[in-house]
Design a protein around this ligand. Structure first.
Ligand code: HEM
Length: 154
């Protein structure tokens, strides 16, 4: 069976590397620094745990960090702008290079697919009339979709 995107990218260690690099840049960024000014030191790890679960790793965010409802609540009322969303993506994609996540087209496409979707969901929750955060909504799961990774011999 094809391994999960989580395993393909190098598991939790890779995601922690990613979010550490990412938030280091976020805190220096003129568009995003203010948005994350009050985020605690554990924030990068929490987001890494979330991403792990999304990409097929352990369901630790659901089990110990409040699942979808907590994530959604953390975005309520923040009024995230399109400019901030775009910058968030740009910095995360640069961080994926710097943290040396796999750069094969299939992995990067799946990664970008979730990030595009997820940032739009964050915007929705942060804006007026957000969906009510619900304990019944599961953490989303992102597999390979249309593009399983090319592997030698396949
Ligand atoms: C795929 C997109 C995104 C994901 C997966 C995501 C994930 C998360 C998670 C899991 C938390 C809660 C962390 C915890 O449990 O402590 C969180 C909080 C937060 N997110 Fe997002 N987020 C995304 C997009 C964004 C965007 C685009 C922005 C703003 C530009 C944003 C701003 C914030 C802020 C300000 C917090 C609260 C940080 C704190 O004070 O601790 N998020 N996010």
């Amino acid at each position: 069976m094809t391994q999960t995107p989580y395993a393909w990218m190098g598991g939790q260690a890779a995601l922690d590397r990613l979010t550490e690099v990412f938030y280091r840049q976020v805190h220096k960024d003129p568009v995003l620094a203010e948005v994350f000014a009050n985020a605690g030191p554990d924030h990068p790890h929490h987001v890494a745990i979330w991403l792990a679960e999304v990409f097929g790793g352990p369901a630790e965010y659901s089990a110990h960090h409040g699942g979808h409802a907590h994530m959604a609540t953390m975005h309520l009322g923040r009024g995230i702008t399109e400019e901030q969303r775009r910058r968030w993506i740009a910095l995360l994609m640069d961080a994926a290079d710097e943290a040396e996540l796999p750069n094969d087209p299939e992995f990067r496409a799946v990664f970008a697919y979730y990030i595009e979707w997820g940032t739009r969901m964050a915007l929705l929750y942060s804006g007026p009339n957000p969906p009510a955060p619900s304990a019944d909504v599961p953490v989303p799961k992102w597999g390979w979709n249309q593009t399983p990774p090319w592997e030698p011999g396949s």
